[in-house]
Design a protein around this ligand. Structure first.
Ligand code: FE2
Length: 308
């Protein structure tokens, strides 16, 4: 059912500061700013990230997943509820950059937005930026119920497992679009951008250090599941970003999904076990609201900032 990882919507304390971080460190470009929400991209899609100013509730609002057409969206509710999801209102429109959408809460409490019809914009100017928004990793207390929701509700397919601690799931050629990690409470572990090569990760670390003197959380190194190179850092509001390159492609004949050992080397092929600041980072789920978000405005919008 889901054919592409869309974007994530984050509630941030200071919109200007969050946008500046995404532009200066990651290389994102703002396409629109409306009603306290900024839409950012790194390619020709209208947005790969939404940041919403919210001085009270820091956290992530939803993870957006693209479906191919309206018919899929209209038939989704029955399948999602049968798989353990709770619908958050019906199908709505009027959210900038997309056609229509609906929201659902998973058994673990994560909030997914299914949408179709992403607008396109002119390609960003040449620059050092990701290729796309790649994946998210969710901490969950009830692993098995969430896995069933991903497969039976959203149509994800199995990629890899690390015992009872973690599993990775794909919806297209990328090895994972969603990862699940066992944890005491449900929250976001990290969101990830896809980069062209390993050197690009180093340039992100350089920009982070030059801008604010801050250091990365973990990496660079290579994960076993997915075989991707990684570098983790905190964004301006404390959410964890993973910068990825060389993620395995599930269409390649050589990749064999398997159950990996629960050993630190599984997730760090080059070095030691993950550091506490990586393991303990979690970004809360903003209390979900049904239907169209309050920050979204009708389709005949007037942009206060528009690049295209
Ligand atoms: Fe990840």
């Amino acid at each position: 059912m889901v054919t592409r990882i869309g974007h994530i919507a984050l509630h941030v304390k200071d919109l200007d500061a969050a946008v500046e971080f995404q532009e200066q460190v990651i290389g994102m470009v703002e396409t629109e700013r409306l009603a306290g929400a900024s839409y950012l991209t790194c390619n020709e899609r209208h947005h790969e990230l939404i940041v919403i100013e919210d001085r009270v509730n820091r956290g992530y609002e939803h993870l957006a997943l693209e479906v191919p057409d309206s018919a899929t969206l209209e038939g989704a509710a029955k399948r999602l509820t049968a798989a353990g999801g709770t619908m958050l209102g019906g199908i709505y429109d009027g959210e900038p950059g997309i056609d229509r959408a609906l929201k659902v809460k998973s058994p673990a409490g994560h909030v997914y937005k299914l949408f179709c019809g992403m607008e396109t914009v002119d390609a960003p100017p040449p620059g050092d930026r990701p290729m796309k928004f790649e994946h998210i990793s969710c901490k969950v207390a009830n692993h098995r119920a969430e896995e069933r929701f991903l497969t039976d509700g959203l149509g994800f397919r199995f990629s890899d497992r690390m015992g009872f601690l973690a599993s990775w799931w794909h919806c297209n050629e990328d090895h994972h679009g969603i990862a699940l990690t066992l944890a005491p409470r449900s929250e976001l572990s990290h969101y990830a951008y896809q980069w062209s090569d390993f050197n690009a990760l180093g340039r992100v670390a350089d920009r982070l250090k030059a801008r604010s003197g801050r250091k990365c959380i973990w990496g660079p190194s290579r994960h076993g599941p997915g075989n991707n190179q990684f570098l983790y850092l905190h964004d301006e509001d404390g959410a964890m970003i993973e910068c990825c390159s060389e993620i395995a492609q599930m269409t390649a004949d050589h990749y064999q999904p398997k159950n990996w050992s629960m050993h630190p080397s599984t997730i760090n092929q080059w070095g030691g076990p993950p550091l506490p600041r990586f393991l303990l980072t979690g970004f809360p789920i903003v209390k979900p609201q049904p239907g169209r978000p309050a920050w979204a405005i009708p389709a005949d919008r007037t942009a206060t900032t528009a690049r295209a």
